[in-house]
Every structure is written in structure tokens, then in C-alpha cells.
Design a protein around this ligand. Structure first.
Ligand SMILES: CC(=O)SCCNC(=O)CCNC(=O)[C@H](O)C(C)(C)COP(=O)(O)OP(=O)(O)OC[C@H]1O[C@@H](n2cnc3c(N)ncnc32)[C@H](O)[C@@H]1OP(=O)(O)O
Length: 436
């Protein structure tokens, strides 16, 4: 009998492991310092081209480039593709934009990893960039509506009639806010509530901040940050780094989030607003072999979670505390089965409340449905090369920094497993596991 579409064998479905080949970033910078004239596209192109040069991809097509920025100008509606067109990659490389607030970078990596895992592409690059120095300013709603009306008018009389409605107050720009639309609270003020609820002390937060600076400073001294794309606009190092940070110095800073006696969050134990970009190359084993690339680590699993912070049922930045146990259960792992923990330091208070929640029997029982607490982690394995408090946190660039850092750490160790945890605005969180 002749083979028909209906009698043909089912289409091939593949699930493959996904290698992290390597990543790089430009040095991160505090807002309104050294990158005031750099756009998202320039920074992302620099991070991407760094990777393209390092892995011999000039003029080549990769399967896909997924990237994003949290704050985008309207001209950047097609940021990832425009970045490819301005880069050393082949213009035949497809690209698409991703946005999940501070989880943008890790989500971009997950999307690329899934496509590789399913056999749809052989390699891909994930990127992220953000600038708060070159933030998009929009015109206010009232002026925008008047201008649209003037644009629609059929004749000069109609246009003039519309434009005459403009009042001086309409000229105030609409600028991006660092606050949640549904609560009106900034990320910092939201976390200040959670920090207070969990009884996290000022000293514990300052200690975590000082450790982050010391770990990052040590990594520079050891030459570990050798894959940064430098100099970028003359910058060689993250300019937020303060190697001389001490708990005593940090204790002198005034609280900037929360109110009254319980306010413990300062500019020293919070990430600063900042600018920067990162990119990570992922590939199948076959593709890595073809190019002679040594995989640094493999993506094993990922999970996302979201919490109801609007009603106050949970803290804004607590989603990773929920995502991690789901992923651990699926993998049959405990919280202690890791050699490295990369927990994004949005605020020292966020890291410490997450760790406290995992140690708390009531939280683990009532909110996670577990018989016993997840327990403590070995703090000497946490953010060993520094994290966002020291590097700074250009929102969408942080995921790529963390994936690349962890993959490099696992490769150097030659074995083992690492946990990634990244909280984001909107009460969301993305977590992942990498293995050597
Ligand atoms: C999911 C997420 O990631 S949520 C997180 C998203 N990110 C955010 O919300 C960003 C939050 N950060 C901010 O809004 C701002 O950076 C703030 C409000 C914390 C601080 O802003 P600013 O007041 O402009 O900070 P600034 O850089 O001036 O620092 C204030 C002071 O702290 C000092 N300082 C900061 N870090 C340190 C340190 N490690 N050691 C000693 N002093 C320090 C500064 O020197 C400065 O001192 P000065 O006033 O004597 O000059």
C-alpha cells in the first residue's frame, strides 16, 4: 500500500541537553556616570560582538538571538534584530525581543535553551541590556492624545483647533517609574515591608553587601573577570565596586526605603540604578564539537513562579522562594545538593528573606506544602564572585551575567551543580539549575 501522510511515521521529536558555551558582558556602571551617552543597542551590540569574536562566529548565522531590555525607547521595538544587524553576526540570524523585568536575561537564555533542547536550532545567543541613564521619556497622555487628534485632522483649521488645547502642564514628560503600577510602591519600599516582616537586621544586610563587594574585588584581583568586553567607552571595571566596603561604613548610611525605626534598607545594601549589557552563547553538544567549543556547563532545569503581592498575601520579591522547591521536587534534589548558589542581590534584604523563608518550618509547611523546612545553605557557596550589590544591576543584563558566572565556576570546579534564583518586578521569579 502506498505511504500516505496519515500512515507515515510520526515526525521526529528530540530532547537534547543544552550547553552553556560562555558569556560576557561590558562592565556595569552606575546610572548617570560613564555610559550616559550609550544606548541599549550600543551596549548590547558590544556584549554580543565580544562573544562573536571570542567564539569565531564573525559572519556566521546562529539559530536565534533572543534579547531584551526592561526600559525601551519606542525606536527599540525590534531591539534584538536591530542589534544583530549592527553586529558582526550574519544578518541571516533571526532575533526576537523578550521582556520579564529583571528576569528578562534568564528568560531569554531559557527560550534559546528550549529551542536547542527540542532540536529546532543548534546554537543561539541570549542577551540583555538596560540603561537608566538613557531612559525613555514619553510625552504625557493628554499631550499625546491632542497630537494624535491634530494628526487625524483633515485640514489646517482642525489641526490648529486641536493644538490650541495644549496647556503648559501637558508638557511634563512621562518617565519610567521604579514602582509597581498596582501598589504604587517602589521595589525598595515593597521589599522593605518583607524585610521588616521577616525581622532581617540591618547588620545582616550590610554584612551581605560588604561580602558581595569583597568577593567581586577578589575576583578582579585574581584575574577571574577576564572575559569582560573591555575597554567599553574607556571603562575596564564595574564602577559600583567598592572594595573597601565594611559593615561599619555601611552602617553609617541613612535608610532610603521603608519608614521609621524599622527602616533598614540603604543605598549600600540595595542595588543602584545602573547601565550595562550581557550575552551568553548556548549550543547543542554536536554544535559545540563542530566548532571546537568546550561546554562550560549544562542547563538542567528551570522553573518560574508568581506571587500575589497585590493583596499583600506575599512579598513582591518572594516568587523564587516558591519556584525553587518545585524545581527541587521535580529533580529529586534538596536545597543542600548544590556547590554554588547564585541568588540575584536585588536588595540584601531580598536574599536574606528568601533564605529565611526556606529555613522557616511554618512558611515551608503553610506556603510550600512541605513536611519540613528546606533548611539552610552553606553561605560560603553563595555569590562567590560577588553579585548585583557590587556589580550593580542593569535589569535585563543580570540574568546573562549570572548564567555565565555560574557556568564558568562549574567548569573550573570540573564537577557539581549550581542554583540560580532571580526575583523580578510584578511578583515573579525565575530559577534554574546548571551542572558541570
Ligand atoms: C527585581 C529587582 O532586582 S528589584 C531592584 C530594582 N532596582 C532598584 O529598585 C534600584 C534601587 N536603587 C535606587 O533606587 C537608588 O540607587 C537608591 C535610592 C538606593 C540610592 O540612590 P542614591 O541616593 O542616588 O545613591 P548614591 O549613589 O548617591 O548613594 C548614597 C550614599 O551611599 C553611599 N554608598 C553607597 N554604597 C556604599 C557602600 N558600599 N559603602 C559605603 N557607602 C556607600 C554613597 O557614597 C552615597 O554617599 P554620599 O551621599 O555621602 O555621597
Amino acid at each position: 500500500m502506498a505511504e500516505t501522510p496519515a500512515t507515515k511515521a510520526p515526525a521526529k521529536q528530540t530532547v537534547r541537553r543544552v550547553a552553556v558555551i560562555g558569556g560576557n558582558r561590558i562592565p556595569f556602571a552606575r546610572s548617570n556616570s560613564v555610559y550616559t551617552n550609550a544606548s541599549n543597542q550600543e551596549m548590547l551590540t558590544a556584549a554580543l560582538d565580544g562573544l562573536v569574536t571570542r567564539y569565531g562566529l564573525e559572519g556566521e548565522r546562529v539559530g536565534e538571538f533572543a534579547a531584551g531590555a526592561v526600559l525601551k525607547h519606542s525606536r527599540d521595538f525590534n531591539l534584538a534584530r536591530e542589534t544583530v544587524l549592527g553586529s558582526k553576526l550574519s544578518p541571516d540570524t533571526p532575533a526576537f525581543d523578550v521582556q520579564q523585568a529583571c528576569d528578562t536575561g534568564i528568560q531569554a537564555a531559557i527560550l534559546v535553551a528550549n529551542k536547542i533542547s527540542l532540536g529546532k536550532i543548534e546554537s543561539g545567543i541570549a542577551g540583555g541590556t538596560d540603561t537608566t541613564s538613557d531612559a525613555p521619556l514619553a510625552i504625557g497622555d493628554k499631550l499625546r492624545k491632542i497630537l494624535l487628534e491634530a494628526n487625524r485632522a483633515k485640514d489646517t483649521k482642525g489641526r490648529v483647533a486641536a493644538l490650541l488645547k495644549v496647556r503648559p502642564a501637558h508638557l511634563a514628560p512621562d518617565q519610567p517609574r521604579n514602582s509597581e503600577p498596582r501598589t504604587g510602591l517602589s521595589m525598595g519600599d515593597s521589599q522593605a515591608i518583607t524585610t521588616l516582616e521577616w525581622g532581617i537586621t540591618r547588620e545582616a544586610q550590610d554584612e551581605l553587601a560588604a561580602t558581595s563587594h569583597h568577593n567581586l574585588a577578589k575576583s578582579y584581583d585574581e584575574g577571574w573577570q577576564d572575559d569582560l568586553v573591555t575597554p567599553f567607552l574607556g571603562v575596564e571595571k564595574d564602577n559600583n565596586l567598592r572594595p573597601d566596603s565594611t559593615v561599619e561604613k555601611l552602617a553609617k548610611l541613612k535608610p532610603v526605603f521603608g519608614r521609621g525605626e524599622g527602616a533598614t534598607m540603604t543605598a549600600g545594601n540595595s542595588t543602584p540604578l545602573s547601565d550595562g549589557a550581557s550575552a551568553v552563547l548556548l549550543a547543542s553538544d554536536d554544535e559545540a564539537k563542530k566548532h571546537g567549543w568546550t561546554p562550560l556547563a549544562y542547563f538542567v532545569d528551570y522553573e518560574t513562579a508568581a506571587v500575589d503581592y497585590v493583596s499583600g498575601a506575599e512579598g513582591l520579591l518572594m516568587a523564587p522562594a516558591y519556584a525553587v522547591p518545585r524545581m527541587l521536587e521535580r529533580q529529586g534534589l534538596t536545597l543542600q545538593d548544590f556547590d554554588f548558589y547564585e541568588i540575584h542581590e536585588a536588595f540584601a534584604g531580598q536574599v536574606l528573606t528568601t533564605l529565611a523563608a526556606w529555613e522557616d518550618a511554618d512558611f515551608c509547611k503553610q506556603k510550600l506544602g512541605l513536611d519540613k523546612p528546606l533548611g539552610s545553605i552553606d553561605r560560603s557557596k553563595l555569590n562567590v564572585k560577588g553579585s548585583s550589590l557590587a556589580t550593580a544591576h542593569p535589569f535585563a543584563a543580570t540574568g546573562g551575567r549570572i548564567v555565565a558566572n555560574l557556568a564558568k565556576l562549574l567548569h573550573e570546579k570540573g564537577s557539581g551543580r549550581g542554583l540560580i534564583s532571580i526575583c523580578a518586578a510584578g511578583g515573579q521569579g525565575v530559577v534554574a539549575i546548571l551542572e558541570a
